[in-house]
Design a protein around this ligand. Sequence first.
Ligand code: ADP
Ligand code: MG
Length: 398
Amino acid sequence: MPKLTLDDVNLRGKRVLIRVDFNVPLDTAEDGSPAVADDTRIRAALPTIRHVLDQQGKVILISHLGRPGGQPNPDLSLACVAEHLGSLLDERVRFSSNTVGDTVEEVVDGMNEGSVILLENTRFDSGEKGNDESFARGLAALADVYVNDAFGAAHRAHASTAGVAQFVDMAVMGRLMESEIDALTRVRDNPDHPMVAILGGAKVSDKLGTIRALSDSADHLLIGGAMSYTFLKALGRDVGTSRVEEDRLDTAESLYEDAEGRIVLPSDHVVADALDEDADASVVGADIPDDLMGLDIGPETVETYREALSEAETIVWNGPMGVFEIEQFAKGTMAVAEAVADATDDGAFSVVGGGDSVSALSRSGFTERISHVSTGGGAMLTFLEGAPLPGIEALSDA
Ligand code: ADP
Ligand code: MG
């Protein structure tokens, strides 16, 4: 069911409560105070914020940050994000250390049109993750219109992502949410063929539903990363001491068989005796010796994957091909990033998502050449799987 967007509401003079994804990495500034280490997610919310300001709405921002476990934790305060946002907008951004309650309601009621306030981390309240009605009503009391622009959190039914929408008159998608849905719908429902999906990363079990969906819709599903060893072992290969999920061997085998040749597995590997930057790395063929572990796809596999990608009209990628955090196991991931960028230059539509995948992509330097870099990890996988996202379902129908 299509949902209302920012274009469907009159925002002038309204209190517009925007759920953004300001769950950003932090580090420590020179003076010892916390600071934003990477502001990609803050920048991604700017089109929505600017639209509401242009329309003379009052901008009230809410987000979670990290995992404070339902209680206040000064190390996970959004105060430094308010300051950072202020510098990006070139506008004063107020900060409220209360997220719900009389004090913040009074502050919000007194706001001028075209002004901005960021409220404290929603996860300082246990009602957020519990999706408690009272916390959701507390948030709704601050809003004439609720906007969900936090695609990265849309797969969670929390008070600020889903519950709050029940208690407001209008609940609409923000610009980032719209662009994520547009790009991912194109890949999921209407891809140009050949479509090539690349899945890697840590675990098969994280991504089972997505593997199943993509092995159906893609012409080739290229597998890399640790998850490939569960598949390879299930098919009778020697995988040495590589990471394997023993309890998923049967599932992996049946996924592989059902895909009728569309799932492609690595034919060679970069191996070492330990997951260590100083370990001796070497390349082996399809079978891995007993005392070694697979930590990256090998050069022959890179060639196979590059070739498949060069033919693609649609590409979706989640999950690194190896332990890209360590230089000597990063080559496969970097080569795939380049192959996706090259295919995009040749006219393919490409989508890359996942926390580690996006950081690997950024390390490769090819981010700008990708059609759509998703801000979602779990949310993107859930969407591609075809499962409903509570944060979208909760919005007003168009
Ligand atoms: P994303 O965040 O993009 O969804 P994941 O979290 O699923 O990706 O997986 C990323 C992690 O998988 C990285 O930390 C990487 O080091 C690890 N990884 C990839 N290949 C291997 C491997 N062969 N052995 C162990 N860990 C691996
Ligand atoms: Mg990850």
